[in-house]
Design a protein around this ligand. Sequence first.
Ligand code: HEM
Length: 521
Amino acid sequence: MDQKDQKDNNMTLTNRQGHPITNNQNIRTVGDRGPSTLENYHFLEKMSHFDRERIPQRVVHARGAGAHGYFEAYGKVGDEPVSKYTRAKLFQEAGKQTPVFVRFSTVIHGGHSPETFRDPRGFATKFYTEDGNWDLVGNNLKIFFIRDPLKFPDMVHSFRPDPVNNLANPEGMFDFVSNSPEAIHMITFVFSPWGIPANYRQMQGSGVNTYKWVNKDGEAVLVKYHWEPKQGIKNLTQKEADAIQAKNTSHATQDLYEAIERGDYPEWELCVQIMSDDEHAELDFDPLDDTKLWDQEKWPFLPVGKMVLNKNPENYFAEVEQAAFGTGVLVDGLDFSDDKMLQGRTFAYSDTQRYRVGSNYLQLSINAPKTHVATNQRDGQMAYSVDKAPDQNPHVDYEPSSLGGLKEAQPAGKDHEPSYNAKLVRQSIERTNDYKQAGETYRKFEDWERDELISNLVDALKVCQPVIQEKMIEHFTKADADYGQRVKDGLEKAKADMSHTGSAAFREGAEIAEKSGHKTD
Ligand code: HEM
């Protein structure tokens, strides 16, 4: 291609100032053997931008993959008109499509960690609705480890590699869990094959926390959201995961990307479970407790629409890495419940994004609503545009004003106004019931799932100190006697095998235990 063609095709390499680059192979030097000079503007700009190519990775859910698509509403919730329960516009008309962006992820390890790790999977969806964005920030599993957000930083620290040597640290994880009985139900899922979904296309999603739907009269119900994959559900045994990991540490990203490239678009149906908005004293659990499942026999999955992912990102960093989801991002007709975890999460997401991406992260095209945006928020690092209405007086960046500033919107219906009369306390909920559902989940598993669960737990617990093993056996026994007995038997066998072979890990565990006053008999 000669220079003229290149210019016509607009393919000329430039720097960020728009200056054409005529030599991108050599820095400027005194003679062909150097030294170089300091006015090498192109080199200095190119290199200093490269030096800043990375932003902090997500503090959790760092490893992920994303795709674009659309959500299509059914206009109904089960057999009833959806408007009976929510006025959210995206659900009202059958066939109405809303663009979405989804990011799937693992949780604990860094941005390039293997996608075969035992871990919950993130399933975060951004709906670009006509009323602004709605983010449904969920996981593949339907429950969580803890029910109070104050415990989240401790939980994550304990699950991470050891802070001294950066080695995998099951002892830290089980130290935390053995002192947090509310985690037993989630641990039962995570150490079963449900802790390693085969890929992102063949897994479910769930909002986990309890939200509310609000209708035009301001009446609310409690809802839980669930994504059901049309591709079916597939989980892996530890052995299958190990075999994949030996050859490919990005199998789930690859699977999603390649399926979309070949036109095999993955689909999920969005279902809700609905409960009336009260405390439900008749239940043996609290509907706002995210360590509990809502029995599907009593609160069936009611379909409200489907989602299709049909476009891969054009640039991983711009779209997937910089995407910012948060539980506070709701549209009219959707509301928070008093679920404490949901309230704690709602602070954390936008807080971390102002640090991770920058204070104007909502101006990036992956995060910006595809609708009218007009605020009086101004300036800050990397302000890309002014969020002003076309007819807004540019001198008025405040409200209220009589000089052509922005005005408040009209409410779309009556506000939902829950009332409270209680003491301000630091207290756990009353109906903790930490073991019943864990036992039910254990008994519902298929035989091979239970076998995997026991073997995976024994593998992780065998390097832990006896004080932790004993506490864990006690918790499992409270959930189900057979569950506790099988873990106990498995640990005794592992101990016999290890003392036979003189396992270094076991010896090390015993030494630490002795030093800290715990005995390994
Ligand atoms: C990501 C905090 C519980 C699902 C994150 C991030 C933070 C965070 C700080 C990083 C966000 C970013 O950098 O953009 C918390 C806190 C929790 C909590 C404080 C509890 C108090 C949960 C629960 C779920 C969940 C229960 C599942 C429903 C996710 C997902 C992401 C995420 C899917 C990744 C979003 C993405 O793909 O960008 N969380 N989280 N988190 N969290 Fe949570």
